[in-house]
Write a protein that binds this ligand. Structure first.
Ligand SMILES: [Fe+2]
Ligand SMILES: [Fe+2]
Length: 250
């Protein structure tokens, strides 16, 4: 199924619970009756085409079409990515952390197991926080500035100077795989963690980790296949315009 703007939002969620993640990302609350996706997007001032593209990318992992996503303003994509970061760091990670903290054992030796898991999770959390901070402080503002520069056909001296020492391709090369460590985390729980007293919690944690992993994979794809190629293209364009004195330095 391809999600379209005429689809009823309620049906889309009933058809695929992954739509709940998308709704969350766009800050759309449930309770939309029979309204279509188009109506809901209009009510929330959301770019309908962008919403449809993101919904389809979440709905079907083979759907991802970087060419369509590349047509949207990068500022829009960046604000979506920042929104996702906020949800990872402020919502999903604390939820998982709380669940790990709630695992219970009778035997003190088993508690050590949990300490190892907690330590591993905290290390992962720190890695993710650092990753996100770097993107929000350096990469995203740089990409947005490049776009502004292209749109206005002007470039600030600051941006020109940054471009002499930094390129979006540097970021691409160092873009570490934040979902990789999640695999190890799942592995620890699946293979080595002794079943706790509240065993069901383990399944809840695992389900959340699987979902986060998939979500982060989608997120990284947007960064690597949409954002970075667009930034590299703009860098080349700006350099060429500058060599020909066809861009105003301000
Ligand atoms: Fe990111
Ligand atoms: Fe990233």
């Amino acid at each position: 199924m391809i999600i379209t703007k005429d689809y009823k939002m309620g049906d889309a969620v009933l058809h695929d619970p992954k739509m709940l993640i998308v709704l969350n990302r766009f800050d759309i609350k449930l309770g939309f009756g029979d309204k279509t996706i188009e109506q809901i997007c209009n009510e929330h001032n959301i770019n309908i085409e962008f919403f449809i593209e993101i919904s389809n990318a979440f709905h079907d992992s083979t759907y991802f079409t970087e060419n369509k996503l590349k047509q949207f303003p990068l500022e829009l994509i960046v604000s979506f990515l920042i929104n996702s970061h906020n949800i990872y760091i402020n919502k999903i990670i604390p939820q998982i952390e709380k669940l790990i903290d709630s695992l219970e054992y009778d035997d003190n030796n088993d508690v050590k197991n949990i300490e190892f898991l907690k330590k591993f999770f905290l290390e992962y959390k720190q890695e993710l926080v650092n990753h996100v901070k770097h993107e929000e402080a350096t990469v995203y503002p740089y990409v947005v500035e490049l776009e502004k520069s292209i749109n206005s056909n002007t470039i600030s001296k600051e941006l020109l100077s940054i471009m002499t020492s930094y390129s979006a391709s540097d970021y691409k090369d160092g873009h570490d795989n934040v979902e990789e460590k999640l695999f190890d985390l799942k592995n620890i729980i699946i293979k080595y963690l002794k079943p706790p007293k509240n065993y069901d919690t383990c399944n809840v944690i695992l389900n959340k980790l699987f979902r986060l992993e998939e979500d982060l994979k989608n997120h990284s794809e947007i960064e690597e296949r949409v954002l970075i190629p667009a930034a590299i293209k703009m860098e080349t364009e700006i350099q060429q315009l500058n060599e020909l004195n066809k861009i105003k330095i301000v």
